[in-house]
Design a protein around this ligand. Structure first.
Ligand code: FAD
Length: 442
């Protein structure tokens, strides 16, 4: 049974669900408000998702990019942190359902983000993990590193080739960053560590349904990213809609590509909790909100961050699902709650201030658009590094990430190469014996 925090103060009960960029920023924005805030998250940590691909590709450890929410908010006396998963909400009754019981609210801020969408093919999920959580990143790391271990011990040439083929589905920033990092592992990090296989022959294939990469960035930068990836040796397949994923490969139209390792970076949808609301959702399951980020007819319920479908009041464009938008929404809602509680603040609809977008492609290569100016190559890569170091929570993490990057840059090494969790290493006795030279023979 949940503790009844409502008795602790007369102040309005504010429930924030999600300790990501949006929820955390909203809680911080209410630091001086007369509010009784409870922040719920299914995890006990805030995750800096933009660097998640570096956990998946063995550059960083999870603790470098995740910080306990309780610790982040420890000095803010008006907020309590609860590790719980929201199951659903009854908007009319103003009740949120959790596994341990129901909680009433005066204000509800839903900031539970998005999850992977397999476009109706949920059976592809175990075959092609997506990258959204620490567990996802560790699973991808395990699969990637295990593939090399299996290939080293594999006698059959076709099976070995399939083990050394990595397909990334989706040519947005996550797909581009993953493909570049996987190529670096194969060609720079591990070639000297193996005896039977030449890891530089590993094939990294980036598959995108559209006719270009990085749909949110200008065409010129997308072309540059394509050029850089191809220069590194990544095979980029544009106009290629994946029609099936099965154990051992993917199908694009009539063509089958054999690969043991497929990573999904192609689509997202609103977290399951939105279905319980009974309100209008967009085709990706995100909640349509008004210009002050609340649900129409329920001014006390806000939806922010990736979970919200927001049309910007100025540009009339849909606000993108990026960290800076989530942060701005969190800040806006904190102010709007203060306004509703009687603080003298003029009403203003939410306006998104786009500070730019970027994607890194690999060592010394990135593309960025900032303030209408386009950058690429080494300079963009430096900007990308600076911009991704500062928002990390705590000085310790910034130093730790910086050291890991320096080490990785100068040594070409990616040192967090531990295979943890259930191993997928398949040593098939039937495949053959080992020769005196240590090589497998069929
Ligand atoms: C791999 C990757 C790379 C990215 N790179 C960039 C980038 O370079 N730049 C950029 O601007 N953006 C990037 N993004 C997007 C950015 O991370 C998101 O836009 C941002 O995290 C959205 O913030 P949010 O608070 O809405 O959701 P999230 O940060 O996803 O937070 C949601 C929180 O809700 C919690 N939660 C979910 N469901 C429940 C539930 N039912 N009950 C309780 N808690 C729940 C989750 O545990 C999580 O802590 C990237 C995203 C990914 C996945």
């Amino acid at each position: 049974m949940p503790a009844d925090f409502s008795t602790l103060s007369e102040n309005p009960l504010v429930l924030i669900v999600g300790g990501g960029f949006a929820g955390l920023e909203c809680a911080k924005g209410l630091a001086t408000a007369d509010a009784n805030i409870t922040l719920f998250d299914r995890h006990n940590y805030h995750l800096f998702q933009p660097l998640l691909y570096q956990v998946a590709t063995a550059v960083l450890s999870p603790a470098d990019i995740a910080a306990p929410i309780r610790r982040i908010l420890r000095k803010q006396q008006n907020v309590r942190v609860v590790m719980e998963t929201l199951l659903g909400v009854e908007l009319e009754a103003k009740v949120a359902h959790f596994p341990s019981g129901d909680v009433c609210y005066d204000y509800l801020v839903l900031a539970s983000g998005v999850t992977h969408s397999y476009f109706g093919h949920d059976d592809w999920a175990p075959l092609a993990p997506g990258l959204k959580t620490v567990d996802d990143a560790l699973e991808i790391r395990r699969r990637v590193l295990s593939a090399y271990e299996t290939a080293e011990w594999e006698a059959d040439a076709a099976s070995r080739k399939a083990e050394l083929t990595f397909i990334v589905v989706g040519g947005g920033p996550t797909g581009v960053e993953l493909a570049g990092a996987l190529k670096e592992i194969a060609s720079q990090t591990i070639p000297k560590d193996f005896r039977n296989i030449d890891t530089t022959t590993a094939e990294i294939i980036l598959v995108e349904a559209a006719d270009r990469l990085l749909g949110a960035l200008p065409q010129k930068l997308a072309d540059r990213a394509l050029h850089d990836l191809q220069d590194m040796g990544v095979v980029v397949r544009l106009n290629s809609l994946v029609t099936n994923i099965q154990s051992g490969g993917i199908t694009i139209g009539e063509e089958f590509l054999a690969a043991k390792n497929v990573i999904w970076a192609a689509g997202v949808r609103g977290s399951d909790v939105t279905e319980s609301l009974g309100v209008e959702l967009d085709h990706q399951g995100r909640v349509l909100v008004t210009d002050n980020l609340s649900i129409a007819g329920f001014p006390e319920v806000y939806v922010i961050g990736d979970l919200a479908h927001v049309i910007d009041s100025d540009s009339q464009q849909q606000v993108p699902g990026v960290a800076q938008a989530a942060i701005q929404m969190g800040q806006y809602v904190a102010i709007d709650i203060c306004r509703k509680q009687g603080q003298e603040i003029n009403y203003k609809p939410f306006v998104y201030h786009d500070r730019g977008s970027m994607a890194t492609i690999g060592r010394n290569h990135a593309v960025a658009t900032i303030g209408g100016k386009h950058f690429s190559g080494f300079f963009a890569w430096l900007i990308w590094g600076v911009i991704h170091i500062f928002p990390l929570i705590s000085f310790r993490r910034r130093i730790s990430v910086l050291l890991a990057w320096f080490w990785s840059y100068f040594s070409l090494s990616k040192d967090v190469r531990l295979i943890t969790g259930k191993s997928s290493l398949k040593i098939k006795k039937s495949l053959g014996a080992v020769s005196k030279s240590g090589k497998r023979i069929s």
